[in-house]
Design a protein around this ligand. Structure first.
Ligand code: 26Y
Length: 819
């Protein structure tokens, strides 16, 4: 008789080998005697997935038995990157797999390189979701992630003649071994149609008669915690044509058209919007938002009803977290389901809604705030528009009681914007209905309180909080920098820091120890050599690992000021070119590395990419300069590129105009990896300074409170000399394409320098010189700063962030699967 316990998969090398070969033969359908690296990768990931699924089942059975309050994390974007190494490490069996593969003649590392990135998101906000999933699992929280399964992730960036071109990322082409399709878990999602009023129980009730129905099918992605058996779920919805159609009345022509039209339903989950800044009220985007929200809400309510029959208990069992305003249609959707389908009174439903929702906002600028035209919303979701109007009606009444007839204030705060295009302000809707609104750093919250949501803060100060962002050390150190991890564990005498980052502080005691310094430098050098090889493979350019690697990788945006970096490089180039031979010998050789994508419609950002290439072309081919200065643009920046670049960087730049980066999480990844920061006092950097001290980084530029005055000044004052000189070279066509770059130059000249590049240029150069020419030559001091950076990075683990959210916002407790 087979025992259930025997069903558990074994992790010794022989069992793992057999398992991999079974998958080669039966899952990948290749001969176990002959398969290549990619096929081996596929078999290996299926073997890992089997183990994930086993834990996933155990975790969910345990959650079901214990019935804790659950957190549901709703996000339109999850930027997960690769899964293989992360999963194998979190399962605690990476080394066993490596051994098993060695005996089969394969290398784990090489197979891991076969995996493509899951790029279901744009940038910071989407990595926030991914890091949070890892921390939620590791900390044993009973949580679910919900999102959309895009067929095309973020576009691939191809550079032709220095210009960015976008290519579709059809990431599912080669199958996705990490997901499980769950056909039985599917829900009908309705669109369009009309709302009818029906008599019910002596009263009236609303019935939404849809014009279109689309099926949402669940795809589950297991997320394993580290050092725990807990494995939680990321459920992504895919759109399929619905069966809810009567097709019999069609003749042949109608029939064909009807089938084709039904097929169009799939477009809802076909493509990720590549903009992360300015919102455009597009019908498809609205449908995407509602589609994933409706399926998720149905799933959450179904799970609740499986074991409860009283909706008054709902807030004790359910917390819904909205990642920015993108999923905020969940609010009217929950109201609709509770009132129209579960037949609760409006008041009962409203009380529940006010207790379950919280949100995080990731922006500082009004352009990022979503506004849905009323006409569009009324056509796609007629019942939701009514509900939003009703919520707004009571809200405006409350406002009148509180502030009197202050019409300006009422019109600013109303959920409905009365403008040329009457619209629904999704941020206002979220603030009205969420019990907590979180910013992502201390200064971000200040900006929300004093500017973006000032009126709301005056009404409900208790709603506004911040939780400084963090990133997961499992991916950003353990997966991406095994060398440094080994060293950290050796010197701390434990690897417990992988679940408790505060322990890294212990490195402070050894920061000047010559032996650690030696080993630290060695590990960092190996990472630099790996990066140099990658650069050569990607761009054909040879760079020396002896040079300082100076890196800026992130989305291209005017506020992130890649242009400041490039103008700084031009200035440096010009200085070197005009130097005497004897002075040249004193220059610290530098490799400047820039990477990042521009939104396809963002003209200025695209010009910045071209400028970077044009300047690189000139500098890199100038024999006067040689190895003293190189400029490399790394194409198609994504999560796995970041994993390789970050550990090999000496300094990294986080140079946004103060007050524009809500938090900035890239800096935290560099910090953990012992890379020194060259930064402005913006977003989370302000808190990083508190942890590691100003002396261990290179700070420059205007402070948040100085920016408004400086902007006025910039209108009336000329540019600093060095800045004018660098800019003139671009204007005068030193790098060709002068017509193309004209608007870029105009944007920072003649008083229009909104992001204050001119103002910050001198102090930027000073910080660069302090970094390069002074600190870098003193390798002992540099290594000490590097060790202290890692040592001070504990606070920026997403474990800390998630712990704060759990405790202060969601009210959830760990629920650790015992076996
Ligand atoms: C509405 C649509 C246009 C839109 C789509 C994506 C709007 C915003 C976004 C994404 C925003 C985003 O990624 N924000 C970043 O969030 C990070 C995590 O909190 C922050 O570290 C970073 O400063 C912020 O820009």
């Amino acid at each position: 008789m087979f025992s259930l316990m025997d069903g558990f998969l074994k992790n010794d090398p022989i069992s793992l080998q057999k398992d991999i070969l079974d998958h080669v033969e039966y899952t990948v359908a290749r001969s176990r005697f002959s398969f290549d690296d990619f096929e081996a990768y596929q078999a290996l990931s299926h073997s890992v997935r089997d183990r994930l699924i086993e834990r996933w089942h155990d975790t969910h059975a345990y959650f079901k038995r214990k019935d804790p309050k659950r957190l549901y994390f709703l996000s339109l974007e999850f930027l997960m990157g690769r899964s293989l190494s992360n999963s194998a490490i979190n399962l605690g069996i990476r080394d066993q797999y490596a051994d098993a593969l060695n005996q089969l003649g394969f290398e784990f590392e090489v197979l891991a390189e076969q995996e493509g990135d899951a790029a279901q998101g744009n940038g910071g906000l989407a990595r926030f979701s991914a890091c949070h999933m890892d921390s939620l699992a590791t900390m044993d929280f009973p949580a679910w992630g919900y999102g959309l399964r895009y067929q095309y992730g973020l576009f691939r960036q191809v550079i032709l003649d220095g210009f960015q071109h976008e290519q579709p990322d059809y990431w599912l082409n080669f199958g996705n071994p990490w997901e499980t399709e769950r056909i039985p878990v599917s829900y009908a999602v309705k669109f369009y149609g009309t709302v009818e009023e029906k008599d019910f129980n002596g009263g009236k009730c609303k019935v939404w008669v849809p014009g279109e129905t689309v099926e949402a099918v669940a795809y589950d992605n297991p997320i394993p915690g580290y050092g725990t058996r807990n494995t939680i779920n990321l459920r992504l919805w895919s759109a399929k044509p619905s069966d809810l159609y009567d097709m019999e009345s069609y003749d042949t022509g109608d029939y064909i058209n009807a089938v084709i039209n039904r097929q169009k339903a799939e477009t809802i989950s076909s493509v990720l919007y590549p903009d992360d800044r300015s919102y455009q009220g597009k019908e498809l985007r609205l449908k995407q938002q509602y589609f994933f929200v409706s399926a998720s809400v149905q799933d959450i309510i179904r799970r609740f009803k499986d074991s409860h029959n009283d909706f008054n208990q709902f807030p004790e069992k359910v917390a819904l977290q909205l990642n920015d305003t993108h999923p905020s249609l969940a609010i009217p959707e929950v109201m609709r389901v509770l009132v129209d389908e579960e037949l609760l009174s409006w008041k009962q439903a409203w009380d529940i809604v006010c207790k379950i929702f919280s949100c995080t906002t990731h922006t500082v600028v009004p352009e990022g705030l979503e506004k849905i035209p009323v006409d569009l919303l009324g056509s796609v979701l007629p019942r939701h528009l009514q509900i939003i109007f009703d919520i707004n009606l009571s809200f405006v009444e409350e406002l009148k009681k509180h502030f009197g007839l202050d019409f300006n204030r009422l019109s600013r705060m109303s959920i409905v914007e009365e403008g040329a295009v009457k619209s629904i302000r999704m941020a206002n809707l979220s603030i009205v209905c969420c019990h907590t609104v979180n910013g992502v750093s201390r200064v971000h919250l200040d900006i929300l309180k004093t500017k973006v949501f000032k009126d709301f803060y005056e009404l409900w100060p208790q709603k506004f909080h911040y939780k400084t962002n963090g990133v997961t050390q499992r991916r950003w150190l353990v997966v991406s920098n095994p060398g440094l991890c080994g060293l950290i564990s050796k010197w701390l005498g434990t690897d417990a820091w992988i679940r408790d980052m505060d322990l890294l502080m212990g490195l402070r005691d050894h920061a000047v120890d010559a032996e650690l310094q030696q080993e630290w430098k060695m590990v960092r050098r190996i990472n630099k050599i790996r990066l140099a090889e990658f650069i050569e493979a990607m761009t054909g350019m040879k760079v020396s690992p002896d040079a300082m690697f100076d890196v800026q990788i992130k989305r291209i945006h005017e506020y992130k000021r890649q242009l400041l970096n490039i103008l700084g490089i031009i200035y440096r180039y010009d200085c070197i070119k005009n130097m005497k031979e004897s002075d040249r010998r004193k220059v610290v050789p530098r490799v400047c590395i820039i990477g990042g994508k521009a939104a396809p419609g963002y003209k200025m950002a695209k010009k910045i990419i071209k400028l970077c290439h044009a300047v690189g072309e000139t500098i890199n081919n100038d024999s006067d300069i040689g190895d003293l200065l190189k400029l490399v643009f790394i194409p198609d920046y994504n999560v796995s590129v970041a994993e390789l670049v970050i550990p090999g960087s000496d300094i990294s730049q986080h140079i946004s105009t103060a007050g524009h980066e809500a938090s900035g999480t890239g800096s935290m990844k560099f910090l953990m990896n012992g890379c020194l920061l060259l930064a402005t006092a913006d977003g989370a950097t302000i808190e990083i300074i508190e942890e590691i001290g100003e002396d261990n980084m290179f700070l420059f530029g205007a402070k948040v409170h100085e920016v408004p005055k400086l902007r006025e000044k910039a209108q009336n004052h000329g540019m600093p000399l060095q800045f004018a000189r660098a800019l003139k070279m671009v204007r005068d066509g030193y790098f060709d394409y002068e017509d193309y770059f004209k608007s870029l130059c105009d944007s920072i000249e003649g008083g229009g320098d909104f992001y204050l590049l001119g103002n910050d240029f001198a102090s930027y150069l000073e910080a660069q010189q302090a970094a390069a020419d002074k600190a870098f030559v003193d390798q002992e001091r540099w290594t000490k700063m590097s060790i202290l950076s890692t040592a001070g990075s504990g606070r920026f683990s997403s474990d800390r962030t998630v712990g704060e959210y759990a405790h202060q916002t969601w009210g959830i407790e760990p629920c650790r699967c015992p076996f």
